[in-house]
Each structure stands twice: as C-alpha cells, then as structure tokens.
Write a protein that binds this ligand. Structure first.
Ligand SMILES: [Zn+2]
Length: 412
C-alpha cells in the first residue's frame, strides 16, 4: 500500500515537471576559436542551454531544425549524443524505494533539499564530538544555508578548509559526493584505522555546505530537472535565475559571464546580488580572521576535471606551480581508485573563461592558495543525468583524492 502511495506521489510530481520529451543533446566537434565564436553567437541568439560549452548542446524540438541548419551551414560537425533527454531523466532514479530507508540514510540515491537538511541534523546527532552545524544565512526563498563544521578538537589553532556542493542545481552528484565524503571522514576517524584521515582531521577544520543553491536545487526536483541557476527575478530582468558561480565579487562581470538574465551564465545585476554568494563570502571573510583557510573546493559536474584560477583571464596566477603540484597529487589519487581519468589545469585555458567564479574569489580575494572548481563524473556519457549507481565510485574516488591532496598541502 505504501509503495502504491509513493508511486502515485511520484507520478503526480512527474506530471507537474517540465517535460524534456524530444529534447536532444548534440555533441559538437569544435575545431578552432572560430567555431567557438560561431557557437557563442548561436547561444546569444537562441538562448540555448549548453551543458558543457562549447561541446554539448541541448536543443528543444522546436529549435532542432534551426540549430542543425546553423551548424551545417557553418561547416561545424556534430552528432546526436542524447536522443531523448526525458527518457534519460526517467532512467536516472532507478528505484521507487523510499529515499531514506529504515536502516539510516541511503547514500546511494539522490536526495532532495529537505532530506539533506535532515541528514545534517543526524550527522551532528551521531558525531556530537566531531561535528556541529549552523546556518550561514537564508536563500532568496528562505531556505537555510546549513553548514557543517567537522574536525578533531586539538586545543590548538587549526587551519581551515571549505568545500561545497550544488552551486549549480542540476549537478546532483555534487551534493551526493559531498555528503558521502563527510560521512567517510567522520566514520573513518571514529574507527581510527586510517592514520591519514586522523591526521587531516587533527590538522584541519572542515567547513562544508552541501547545498549552496537550495532554491535552484529544490526547483530541479520539483519543476525543471535541468535548472542550473538561483530562482531570483531581479527588477528589469526578463528571466529568472542568476549563476552563483558568476556572481562573486572578484573581477566580477568579465569574460564568460553573461549580462542577459535569460542566459545560464547570467552574472546577476551586480556583484554579490545573490544572498547565497553574500552568505558564503561573509562567512569565509569572518572565519578567516580566526583561522587561515588553505583549501576551497566547489564541487560540480560533469567532465572530470580539477580547475584552478584564473577563470577571469587567460593569465596564470603567480602561485600556479603550487596549485599544479597539488592538483597533480589529488587527481592522481582519484584515478588510483577505479582508473577514472581526471585532468587538471587553470580554468580559462583548460575549459573556458568564467569571471566572477567561486575559485577566483577564494584565491584572489581571500588568498586561499588552493582554490578550485572540481568537475565530477562523468566524461559525457550521461552528463548531468548520472545514474545513481555511479554515486559510490564518484564519491569514493574523490574522497581518496581529497585526503591525498590535504596531506600534500599540510606539508606546504
Ligand atoms: Zn557547475
């Protein structure tokens, strides 16, 4: 009976959601900067959703003919990578089982915002000596930006690290990974069997925000699975949503950040226009007066790449050698677990420019030497629609990578 009720609830929710039936994702063969400019123009004109600019482009059925004609007439090659986005969405949540089972939290399914908030409470209840939680503010729609602090109390001044998930709503494996890793730190240190983990928990206080964009994240569960931005509508703007990862107040408004509210990389009307970025900035500014922050990682998906500053310029930061050595250690450790290939580099030259991003702020404004975007699985088989059975390998390999990276920077 319960199963039936759950199932019917699921159907009701599904019906209320935007359908991506007939949407396709094209994989584009980008050969030079000229192609990139042509694709940028296409995005500006048609307000299309590049899952991974300039390579993976989602196209609604109404625009398919136009886009295919545009690409062909510009001699740009492509193929249909995902034929029906809705079918892929339907395949991601593979079971109708309750999202939290009686044996405790199920790390191997995706969880909505309120389940994640309950999880934070249960973590603090389970590990009262190791974990505390607090709110660093409220989202635009009034949801708590609930943050965890975990670490072993040593009585000495500890260095701090920060990591967060779900700055982009549709990247569901990001909060799932952040939660799994948090639990791994706590259970491993409690067992006391892994000296590396005990060491990093003694050396660092970890500040963890599993869902940085709660309004967008919730919206990706209830209305549009592929929503990315916040849910603000600023006066004079045509469309909802600001890209929080273009809204930080370091070199805000430059390359790779749109001034069009309908774009997925909309930077907002001004730097820190979003309360979510304000909350993170205020918290780290304040806390870094108490203890030095050494590492900042903003977990995203997908493409399996670790990206350092700069995002706003093609120039390399003066500390790039340090960052590169660290990224090499962390990505090699990630790969060592299951052989998944993760690359690394400075964001602008490796991916594309993105001014106003979190890692540039961490490094540029706060002087956090190791400040990154980390794109999780996959390489582009499922993209944002990563099946739940990949949560475990993604989280596990990244936990091993993070621990190895922390050991490395503790010697710096
Ligand atoms: Zn992202």
């Amino acid at each position: 009976m319960l199963r039936l009720i759950l199932l019917s609830l699921w159907v009701t929710v599904s019906l209320a959601m935007k359908s991506y039936e007939g949407y396709k994702v094209l994989r584009i063969d980008v050969s030079d900067a000229g192609d990139v400019a042509i694709l940028q123009e296409l995005q500006d004109v048609a307000e299309l959703d590049f899952w991974d600019f300039p390579r993976d482009l989602m196209v609604p059925p109404t625009l398919l003919e136009f886009v295919e004609h545009y690409l062909t007439s510009n001699d740009i090659l492509y193929y249909v990578w995902m034929d029906d986005v809705q079918a892929k969405i339907d395949g991601v949540i593979t079971s109708n089982k309750p999202r939290t089972d009686v044996d405790g939290f199920d790390y191997y399914v995706y969880h909505n915002y309120s389940e994640i908030m309950d999880w934070i409470d249960s973590i603090v209840a389970t590990y009262p000596d190791l974990a505390t939680s607090f709110s660093i503010g409220l989202s635009h729609e009034g949801r708590d930006l609930k943050t965890l602090k975990i670490g072993l109390e040593t009585g000495k001044l500890k260095r701090a690290i920060w990591f967060n998930g779900a700055i982009h709503a549709r990247e569901w494996v990001s909060p799932a990974t952040v939660m799994w890793m948090t639990n791994a730190f706590l259970s491993n240190v409690t067992e006391g069997t892994n000296p590396d983990v005990t060491f990093v928990m003694e050396f660092f206080d970890m500040y963890i925000l599993p869902v940085m964009n709660p309004d967008g994240y919730e919206y990706s569960w209830t209305d549009e699975r592929l929503w990315r931005k916040t849910r603000t509508l600023h006066p004079g703007d045509e469309c909802y949503g600001t890209d929080l990862n273009r809204n930080f107040d370091y070199e805000w408004g430059g390359l790779g950040a749109s001034n069009d509210s309908c774009d997925n990389t909309y930077r907002g009307p001004e730097a820190l226009s979003e309360v979510e970025t304000q909350a993170v900035v205020n918290f780290i500014r304040q806390q870094s007066q108490e203890q030095p922050f050494r590492l900042f990682i903003d977990y995203h998906s997908y493409t399996q790449v670790m990206l350092s500053s700069w995002g706003y310029t093609y120039d390399l930061p003066v500390d790039f050698d340090l960052m590169e050595a660290h990224m090499k250690v962390q990505t090699a450790a990630i790969t060592s677990v299951f052989g998944a290939n993760y690359t690394y580099g400075a964001a602008s030259s490796t991916l594309y420019p993105s001014a106003g991003g979190s890692k540039d702020w961490g490094y540029g404004d706060r002087g956090i030497p190791y400040s990154y975007t980390l794109e999780l699985r996959d390489m582009g088989e499922y993209g944002f629609l990563l099946p739940e059975d990949q949560i475990y390998p993604t989280a596990y390999e990244n936990y091993v990578g993070l621990v190895a990276g922390l050991i490395h920077i503790s010697h710096q």
